[in-house]
Design a protein around this ligand. Structure first.
Ligand code: GTP
Ligand code: MG
Length: 229
C-alpha cells in the first residue's frame, strides 16, 4: 500500500493506485464501441452491432509513475437501448462525447449530450469532444474549425480520431486520463496540506473516485464502486 492507503490489487498482484471511470456518449453509430475496442484491445470491426444496455472495458496504464486502471463505460446511442442514465454517469470522472465527422446531425446533437452530461454527471467531470471517422475525409460534413470553436466555447478538450485507422485514439483516451490524474493529484496535494495543518492523517478530502470491478457488465450486472468526496 502506498501512503494513500487506497490502493487496489488487481490480477497478478499488480498494484493499482487509481481507478478512473470514463463514459462514452454520443449518437448511435458514431463509433463509440469501436473507439473502445481500439483502445482496450487494439481491435476494430467494420460490422459492429449497435450496443444494447451498458458494458465496460478496462485498460491499465502508467501515468506519472502511478498505475491507473481506466474503466471505460459504453452505452447505446439509441434512446430505446439506453440504460438508466443516472446510474451510467454515477462516479464518472471523465466523458468522451463522440460525433461522426461525416454526419452533421451527430454534431448538431452534441449540445444535447452536453446538457444530459451536465444534468447527471459530476460538475468537475473532464470532457473531450471527439470527431470520429477521419478516414472518411471525402465525406466530411463537419469542419475542423466549427468543432474546435464549439469545443473552445464550451471548455472541452477536442480531437478528431479514426478508430479504423487507429489515429489519435490513444491520444484521446490519454488526454482525458492524464487530465483526470492531474486534477485528482492536485486535490490530493491540497488535501494533504490541509491534513498536515490540522495534524490529522486524513489524506483525501478532494474528490477521489475509486471503482472496483473488472471486465464487462450489463444492465443489472454486478459492479461495485465507491466514491470519496
Ligand atoms: P451505438 O452502439 O448504436 O450507440 O453505436 P456506436 O457509437 O457504438 O457505433 P459503433 O462503434 O458500433 O460503430 C458504428 C459503425 O461505424 C460500424 O460499422 C463501425 O465499423 C463504423 N466505424 C466506427 N469507427 C469508425 C471509423 O473510425 N471509421 C470508419 N470508416 N468507420 C467507423
Ligand atoms: Mg456501441
Amino acid at each position: 500500500m502506498s501512503s494513500s492507503g487506497r490502493n487496489l490489487y488487481g490480477g497478478l498482484n499488480q498494484k493499482i493506485d487509481y481507478v478512473f471511470k470514463v463514459v462514452l456518449i454520443g449518437d448511435s453509430a458514431v463509433g463509440k464501441s469501436q473507439l473502445l475496442a481500439r483502445f482496450s484491445r487494439n481491435e476494430f470491426s467494420i460490422d459492429s452491432k449497435a450496443t444494447i444496455g451498458v458494458e465496460f472495458q478496462t485498460r491499465t496504464l502508467v501515468i506519472d509513475n502511478k498505475t491507473v486502471k481506466s474503466q471505460i463505460w459504453d452505452t447505446a446511442g439509441q434512446e430505446r437501448y439506453r440504460a438508466v442514465t443516472s446510474a451510467y454517469y454515477r462516479g464518472a470522472v471523465g466523458a468522451m462525447l463522440v460525433y461522426d465527422i461525416t454526419k452533421r446531425q451527430t454534431f448538431d446533437h452534441v449540445s444535447r449530450w452536453l446538457e444530459e452530461l451536465r444534468g447527471h454527471a459530476d460538475k468537475n467531470i473532464v470532457i473531450i469532444l471527439i470527431g470520429n471517422k477521419t478516414d472518411l475525409g471525402s465525406l466530411r460534413a463537419v469542419s475542423l474549425e466549427d468543432a474546435k470553436e464549439f469545443a473552445e466555447r464550451e471548455g472541452l478538450f477536442f480531437l478528431e480520431t479514426s478508430a479504423l485507422e487507429a489515429l489519435n485514439v490513444e491520444t484521446a483516451f490519454l488526454t482525458v486520463l492524464t487530465e483526470i490524474y492531474r486534477v485528482i493529484s492536485k486535490k490530493t496535494l491540497v488535501a494533504n496540506d490541509e491534513a498536515d495543518a490540522a495534524g490529522t492523517s486524513n489524506l483525501l478530502s478532494g474528490k477521489h473516485i475509486v471503482l472496483t470491478g473488472q471486465g464487462q457488465t450489463s444492465v443489472g450486472g454486478k459492479y461495485s464502486c465507491c466514491m470519496y468526496s
